[in-house]
Design a protein around this ligand. Structure first.
Ligand code: DGJ
Length: 297
């Protein structure tokens, strides 16, 4: 398998899980992501080994709610993330919602399911505490067990960190405004050795750019300044999420529109970059190119 290329499910079909997220539940990993074909929005795949992905379901589709099909027109659902809510035992999805015509809605949406790979019940879209909300991620703090929604606000100028309510379906409080005026997208958060880390991209549409990294001692405290991560195009990728697994950390990213990027832009040519993170002596993550997808051993 070639890093930077397509991935395929166990039926041999192209895997559609962009801008997504992997969670572990029981003996399986579940990969959620954007599926822009036909009537679909979010697809879910399952794997025991992170290599063989079984398609499970189109968990969010145009039929999930009238809000997802405005007068028969598709909306945009981007960067779907799912968290297992410890208080309710439910799986809660947050994603970026746009009206399908332009990017002015700048909202988040929430959907909930009793099982990881069932039909998610759509709960609607909204602006968190009235703030614009575009590229986003979810993060469960492994120390405090608080769940955070992180999203680009103020026309992408700032990155907001919201602590969620116990049932993970609403925002409780805006707890941090990160990198004000620095226009960051594609946040991916992970925890390692007492530090919280964030990878983000700059804001250049679908074109890849220089990734950056920052770290903090707590999600709600002060964060370091952003420093470069990867090369000037982050190996032609944009972060989707970081997966901790077996003591290692894996950078999962999208190569939107393929490589070289399709002109005119063709979303269906989007592929994946997956790289194992390395760390400096002081704990800063970095990536080096590898022609192969990781073996996850
Ligand atoms: C970059 C974002 O990271 C993507 O999720 C998507 O919103 C595109 N921009 C749209 O141009």
């Amino acid at each position: 398998m070639n890093n930077g290329g397509f991935l395929f499910d166990t039926d041999g079909s192209v895997l559609h899980a962009h801008g997504g997220h992997i969670i572990r539940h029981g003996e399986y990993f579940y990969w959620y992501g954007e599926d822009r074909r036909r009537d679909f929005y979010v697809s879910c795949y399952r794997s025991a080994d992170l290599k063989n992905w079984e398609f499970r379901r189109h968990v969010l589709t145009v039929n999930s709610s009238p809000d997802l099909s405005r007068n028969g027109r598709r909306v945009n659902i981007e960067r779907p993330k799912v968290v297992y809510c410890e208080a309710t035992g439910k799986f809660v999805m947050w994603a970026h919602y746009e009206n399908g015509a332009d990017y002015t809605e700048a909202a988040a949406c929430v959907a909930v399911c009793d099982v990881p790979d069932g039909d998610f019940e759509y709960h609607g879209h909204f602006r968190p505490l009235g703030h614009m909300s575009r590229d986003c991620t979810l993060f469960t703090d492994p120390v405090t067990r608080a769940v955070y929604f992180i999203s680009a606000s103020r026309d992408n100028a700032d990155l907001h960190v919201y602590r969620l309510t116990e049932d993970c379906t609403r925002v409780e409080k805006l707890v941090n405004v990160l990198f004000p005026g620095q226009f960051r997208e594609a946040p991916a958060v992970f925890y390692r050795d007492g530090k919280y880390h964030m990878l983000t991209s700059a804001c250049t549409g679908w074109a890849p750019n220089q990734g950056c990294h920052a770290s903090a001692d707590s999600m709600e405290g002060a964060w370091s300044p952003l420093l470069p991560f990867g090369d000037e195009t982050t190996f032609h990728s944009q972060p989707a999420f970081v997966l901790p697994h077996g003591g290692e950390y894996y950078y999962f990213a999208d190569r939107w529109g393929g490589f070289p990027m399709s002109h005119p832009f063709d979303y269906s040519k989007s592929s994946y970059v997956i790289l194992k993170l390395s760390f400096t002596e002081t704990g800063s993550p970095f990536i080096e190119w590898n022609d192969s997808f990781p073996d996850f051993n």
